[in-house]
Write a protein that binds this ligand. Structure first.
Ligand code: AMP
Length: 307
């Protein structure tokens, strides 16, 4: 049994009020894989990079239990590149540049050994590619989670609407939920987006936590109040990696267990933002992870008597 992860493996250039990076290794699937590796052993990656992508970064992923047999390396081509600048509040950012490069003609190939996966994480990527991966699977995974962003809503909305039809959980941020639904209230936005197909939706609100909805219930998880947030890049993907790997490891896809998964995702995201890029996500220890999850339990634990 395995967790299959599809998404970008990328170079990022990031600017925050704390500093600036040159091209560093990033990408949705990179963050998802690193985060998931804390809870699950068999992570299978489907993605693409150019020949400029460093071998050490692939080895780093392998060291974190990410199988890269499904990672295509294209000779004479360049890796996907994204650059972004965060505003002072660190909750909002502008994309400065997106160079699709190898993604432009990416035909994903699911290796035979990846068939029969328990869960599928369709990380942020062109919606038609997410769909192509799903179409190659001989058996529907028990859980399909899809993450996307405004870039794909702006440019490929029809493909995205198609991809939403057959998924179990959609994860997007508050701004994107408003864009996708045309509703300002997040409750109304969630309801409308659920009518597009996903059985559950998670709306991420950055430092204000995350909301999980199905058609009957709502759950809210706070974000850990941190003294310093250096770089929010990848927080959403890291969240998704923690969320899906907990569900995949426990094989319990109930709403109750999704609540726990949201807390785990939030705990992992709180690590991610503490350093630039993927630095904080490399080599976390089990006790660091457990301590952080316990901090969440303490944060929201209280006794109350109703009057
Ligand atoms: P997040 O901060 O969780 O939204 O994810 C940031 C990561 O997403 C970065 O490492 C980027 O390489 C990657 N990324 C940025 N734009 C896109 C896009 N349009 N499609 C897929 N991945 C992207």
């Amino acid at each position: 049994m395995s967790l299959m992860v599809v998404g970008t493996v990328a170079f990022d250039a990031i600017e925050t009020p704390f500093g600036k990076t040159d091209k560093i290794v990033g990408g949705a699937a990179t963050y998802i894989g690193l985060s998931a590796s804390n809870f699950y052993d068999k992570i299978n990656l489907v993605s693409i990079v150019g020949e400029d992508f460093p071998r050490e970064a692939i080895e780093m992923l392998n060291k974190h239990k990410v199988d890269t047999q499904g990672l295509q390396i294209k000779a004479n081509e360049k890796t996907f590149f994204w650059s972004g600048r965060y505003h002072t509040d660190m909750n909002t950012r502008d994309t400065i540049e997106t160079q699709l490069n190898v993604l432009e003609n990416f035909e994903p190939i699911v290796p035979e050994s990846y068939q029969g996966c328990e869960c599928l994480m369709l990380g942020n990527l062109m919606p038609s590619i997410q769909q192509k991966v799903l179409n190659q699977l001989k058996k529907r995974p028990k859980l399909i989670v899809l993450d996307t962003m405004n870039f794909w809503m702006d440019n490929f909305i029809d493909d995205l609407m198609l991809a939403l039809k057959n998924i179990d959980v959609l994860t997007i941020n508050d701004e994107e939920a408003r864009q996708l639904s045309g509703e300002y209230s997040l409750v109304k936005a969630a309801r409308k987006i659920l009518s597009f197909g996903p059985k559950n939706i998670i709306i991420k609100k950055g430092e204000h936590g995350a909301l999980l909805f199905n058609d009957k219930e709502v759950f809210y998880a706070p974000a850990l109040p941190l003294e310093e947030v250096y770089d929010p890049t990848g927080a959403g993907d890291t969240f998704a990696g923690g969320f899906i790997s907990h569900l995949c490891a426990t094989k319990d896809y109930s709403f109750e267990n999704m609540k726990r998964a949201v807390i785990i995702g939030s705990a992992m995201a709180s690590f991610c933002v503490e350093r630039f890029g993927t630095e904080r996500m490399r080599g976390l220890s089990l006790s660091q992870v457990n301590n952080r999850i316990n901090k969440f339990v303490e944060l929201v634990n209280f006794n109350i008597k109703t009057v």
